[in-house]
Ligand binder design. Structure first.
Ligand SMILES: [Zn+2]
Length: 266
């Protein structure tokens, strides 16, 4: 499921479209696709991202896209036939050359929205860790106000946009914090370590995705996600899989304590 690093990779795929003029937008999928603006003739000024949302800024209006669970973009030629699970086709011309952008999505939880104005889902997003950094004071204040488990709160896109299940699992393991710990019991030190680990896992995952794109394969970036029942890379205890707030969660019962090692909580 695409999280910040995967959506950032999609943004990089689309970045060469900057300066191109849209010549056609086609979709028959009324679940994925919505349009309140005729984008034909509009120029793509900027290919942006915030959290898990992509936003193409046009000279008038925007194109928003969320990859849902299985969405993705491919650039091809105008002559190329429809791809499997193709939901939207956007053809653009830049310097006389036509590029056909295909949005594919097998499970159709994604979105592709052409709009004259910013949409609510975009406006409500919190800061993006990659674009804006992580304001630890703000994160701590947010967490102090919430009773839910720290991992559930980390998934709130108003806290940090782009943090999904995988990033949260990895960061909490890196921070040695039990994902079930109440959010409001987090302290300055916990937030500092969580922020450090989030930045690290985002960097590792981006490197891995870049390596995958350029034929080679980087080192698999996940320490615990997808490794339930295997020994913890830090302490050797078998990793456990639980469901927390409806989401599958892997953690180490051996070393992910309800407090960080050097700041015991009363
Ligand atoms: Zn462990």
């Amino acid at each position: 499921m695409p999280e910040l690093p995967e959506v950032e990779m999609a943004r990089r795929t689309l970045e060469p479209l900057t300066g191109a003029t849209i010549v056609s937008v086609a979709s028959e999928d009324r679940r994925v696709f919505a349009s309140s603006l005729d984008a034909v003739g509009r120029v793509i000024r900027r290919v942006g991202r915030r959290g898990k949302w992509l936003r193409l800024e046009l000279d008038e209006g925007f194109v928003f896209s969320h990859l849902g669970m299985t969405g993705g973009f491919q650039l091809t030629t105008a002559k190329a036939p429809a791809l499997p699970f193709e939901r939207v086709r956007l053809d653009v011309v830049r310097r006389g050359k036509t590029t056909s952008v295909r949005y594919t999505d097998s499970r159709r939880f994604g979105r592709f929205i052409v709009s004259a104005t910013d949409i609510e889902a975009w406006s409500e997003l919190g800061p993006d860790p990659l674009l804006d950094g992580i304001d630890q004071e703000r994160v701590l204040a947010f967490m102090k106000k919430r009773k839910r488990a720290v991992k559930e709160v980390l998934l709130d896109q108003a806290l940090l946009a782009g943090v999904g299940n995988i990033l949260a699992i990895e960061a909490l393991w890196g921070a040695a914090i039990d994902p079930r710990t109440p959010s409001r019991s987090m302290n300055e030190r916990d937030v500092h370590v969580i922020a450090r680990e989030l930045r690290a896992v985002i960097r590792r995952t981006l490197r891995y995705r870049e390596a995958g794109r350029h034929a080679g394969h980087g080192k698999e970036p996940f320490r615990v996600y997808g490794h339930a029942k295997e020994p913890c890379p830090r302490c050797g205890t078998p990793l456990k899989h639980i469901v927390l707030g409806g989401r599958g969660t892997t953690y180490c019962p051996g070393c992910q304590k309800r407090h960080t090692p050097d700041s015991p909580r009363k």
